[in-house]
Write a new protein. Sequence first.
Length: 143
Amino acid sequence: MDAAVDSDIVWRNITASLGVYSNVKWIQVVTSMLSIVGSGSIIGYAVFQSAVTSPEVRPLFYLSVSDLLVAFCWLLGAVLYRPHTHSLPCFNLQAVGQVFYLSTYLYTINYMWQTFSNFRRRISNDLNQVSHCIYFICLYTLT
């Protein structure tokens, strides 16, 4: 009697976990598609407007390309995933996806650094202009 109850509990856990895998798979497909649309729109805009040559846009463009590659890996992984199989192509795809994920992280840091540097440079230039203006105003009033 106990063995039948135990096997029934195990069977319920397996079927419940397969339902969870199905839900996670659909969540991964939807988020991958949203990421592809978002990154693709940034890439398309930058290419069609010839903004890729701009130093302000280039870090964002590289970040978008890396994010697009991560999203494609995640989408392929979600489509090819089957529970209870450990195939070499899925493992390799996951490894490639992790490399692109790490590059996305590093490009995010690069984008933040470039944005901060540009902002700091602009603030410094504005402060220099204001200080020169105040200096000349003071000289003018003193004479």
